[in-house]
Design a protein around this ligand. Structure first.
Ligand code: PRX
Length: 641
């Protein structure tokens, strides 16, 4: 067992030098129904199988195993400043609700290995649905509620769910967003048809039910009030869920995760990184549609025996519908939150508020604020650090990794953070910086390279791309010439003390308010407009959102460019189209019209050059550019506004 005196350096080194012993020790943090007989199977790189032979269950570890000691302790605290609802479920109550949901899913024919797609707002039933799937061994696939029909349809086709769980509506900033029509349209667009749709009726928006397909959760729950559904014991390597994420192609990737490795990774991270203790309250402001929501709203805190707050609403909205820039701090005080997790964007929103709001509530329970998802700029970090008086812990990771890759592990050893750096490699991760073109390892401090991982990747890391091993290998493990390493597709540097700094993506992924979006998906939506011939979408730095999408479109009929009113109308139409296909999160800030796009002689779009011009930077080496006038046109358009 690790002694408390162990330095982080020694702890990390142990994880790299003796991975089997290290991870066997971490595995003791969860319950196993059947012990594993092999810690790490890395016979077929880059595929890793953790804890082979072992059987466990995520829902058992998150809920059932706590009944003995903390049945009446808060488990799920649901707070909605959109509807004014606030409700606490104890572990015992959560156990009951999850079983009702599990029984309802089973009644709809869901069996072990079947997919259940969850398209829901931040309501307690979404947590019940995720945990119920884990309980019965169904694979959940949560799709962010902010995505629209087109995105949803492509995920339905890829996941081929037997059942979809959804709701009548979500609400944002007091405005009802009807989900059911978006879902119906998505099902109409998809080739795959679910057998049933289970709907939570919040009575926010009218819902037309499709006979024979649509079922109301209220009805099914009523039929299964006393349901007892035991946990299905699953192989450690059984798939727990898939979550879609954006990459360089328009087709989203289903990041697939196992059961045992994920449970161990989360339990270990709750202890070593988040320093979260059973009986305390954890508050992550993310959404269940993102990986942070999976790992640190639902599974991580519950596995650790903590209460978790699920918050629906904006950071600046009070429970009574009026503005309240201190709502989150009110929750910290009320529920004695010890660890909080948010994104830099949210802090930048709060920064616009009166700083006195940070002093309005008793925040003495709070030990740290964790921030992730996008680069944390120094002014934002300093503002919130000064305001809260607790350590601000930046942590860098990805949907693919499932838990932090770079940060500081204060649960192992208190380590100072450096502004601008998420920190050092976490245990189990063999992090390297490689030269982009040659693939050579960069060993000197402050050299810029691509952040990569050498295998075997640690527990909790993605197993593969859902139903596409070739895509997993080719996309992630073959991007560096001559080496099989996992690419994060992020630029980074490491200073002389071993702290990493992340400098943005090497690919066409952009990060808008902490939401990861593929520019290709947005381009595909825009080029579907009948008047658009070609389009380039780039991410441009934005003071509040980190980045925003900017679109440059070439029209089929160039004469339209002369008509200001027509192009303005077209810009509106294109934005509406993106809203309808992908959702408002993906809507470009502006659509600008040009007669040509800058490309290389071989026809490759020069997105980096466009981005540089939009950000007022030097466009770099343009020797391969085919038509310099095209870039000049973009420069003119940008400077004209
Ligand atoms: O570019 C990095 C950025 O977000 C990407 C991963 O996004 P996603 O898959 O949505 O997972 C978010 C999990 C927290 C990364 O490739 N990113 C994430 N965290 C940071 C970050 N960039 C800088 N600093 C961070 N702390």
């Amino acid at each position: 067992m690790s002694s408390t005196a162990e330095t982080y350096k020694a702890f990390y080194q142990r994880s790299i030098d003796q991975p089997d012993a290290f991870w066997a020790e971490q595995a003791q943090l969860i319950d196993w129904h059947k012990p594993f007989n092999r810690v790490c199977n890395y016979d077929k790189p880059p595929f890793v199988h953790w804890y082979e032979g072992g059987q466990t269950n995520l829902c058992h570890n998150a809920v059932d195993r706590h009944l003995k000691d903390r049945a009446n302790q808060a488990a799920l605290i649901y707070v909605s400043s959109e509807t004014g609802q606030e409700k606490t479920y104890t572990f015992a109550e959560l156990h009951v609700e999850v079983q009702r949901m599990a029984a309802s899913l089973k009644a709809l024919g869901v069996q072990k290995g079947d997919r259940v797609l969850i398209y829901m707002p931040m309501i307690a039933e979404a947590a019940f649905a995720m945990l119920a799937c884990a309980r019965i061994g169904a694979i959940h696939c949560v799709v962010f509620g902010g995505f629209a029909s087109g995105s949803l349809a492509s995920r339905i086709d890829d996941a081929t769910p037997k059942v979809i769980v959804s709701a009548d509506a979500g609400s944002r900033g007091g405005k009802v967003v009807a989900y059911k029509p978006l879902l119906d349209e998505a099902i109409r667009l998809s080739r795959h048809q679910p057998e049933s749709v289970l709907l939570v009726d919040r009575k926010l928006a009218p819902m037309a039910l499709v006979a024979g397909r649509d079922q109301l959760w209220g009805d099914l729950r009523q039929q299964h009030l006393d349901a007892q559904v035991p946990c299905e014991w699953l192989d450690s390597t059984a798939i727990s869920y898939t979550i879609y994420t954006s990459g360089t192609t328009g087709k989203p990737k289903g990041v697939q995760r196992d059961t045992g490795g994920y449970a161990v990774a989360l339990a270990a991270s709750m202890k070593h990184i988040f320093d979260g203790r059973a009986g305390e309250t954890y508050f992550s402001t993310s959404d269940i549609g993102w990986v942070v929501g999976h790992s640190y709203i639902i599974y991580g805190p519950l596995i650790a025996g903590m209460a978790t707050i699920m918050y629906e609403g904006l950071p600046t909205q009070g429970m009574d519908g009026h503005a309240d820039g201190a709502i989150w701090w009110r929750l910290v005080e009320k529920y004695k939150v010890t660890a909080m997790f948010s994104a830099p964007t949210a802090v930048r929103v709060l920064k616009k508020q009166d700083p006195a709001l940070l002093k309005k509530h008793d925040l003495s329970s709070l030990r740290a604020l964790f921030l992730a998802g996008e680069p944390l700029d120094e002014p934002t970090a300093r503002w919130i650090s000064d305001g809260l008086g607790v350590p601000i812990i930046d942590n860098y990771w990805q949907t693919e990794t499932g838990w932090p890759l770079l940060t500081v592990a204060n649960g192992v050893e208190r380590t100072p953070s450096k502004f601008g750096s998420p920190g050092v490699p976490m245990y189990g991760y063999r992090v390297k910086l490689l030269h982009e073109a040659t693939g050579e390892e960069l060993t000197q401090p402050n050299e810029k390279g691509v952040v990569v991982l050498e295998g075997p990747t640690p527990p909790g890391f993605m197993q593969t791309v859902w139903q596409d091993d070739a895509r997993f290998v080719n996309t992630y493990w073959k991007s560096v010439p001559g080496k099989m390493v996992y690419s994060t597709f992020d630029w980074g540097i490491r200073d002389e003390d071993g702290y990493y700094f992340i400098l943005g993506r090497t690919d066409d992924v952009i990060n808008v308010a902490g939401h990861r979006l593929g520019t290709r998906e947005i381009e595909e939506s825009i080029s579907g407009h009948p008047l658009v011939a070609e389009v380039a979408v780039v991410g441009v730095a934005d003071a509040l959102k980190g980045q925003v999408a900017m679109a440059f479109a070439v029209l089929k009929d160039a004469s339209l460019l002369q008509d200001g009113a027509a192009t303005l109308k077209l810009e509106g139409e294109i934005m509406k189209r993106v809203d309808g296909d992908l959702g408002a999160v993906a809507r470009p800030a502006r659509v600008r019209f040009v007669t040509a796009l800058p490309k290389t002689r071989s026809g490759k779009l020069l997105r980096r050059a466009i981005q540089a011009v939009c950000e007022g930077r030097d466009a770099g080496d343009l020797t391969t550019m085919d038509d310099p006038a095209a870039l000049q046109q973009i420069r003119d358009r940008v400077s004209a506004s």
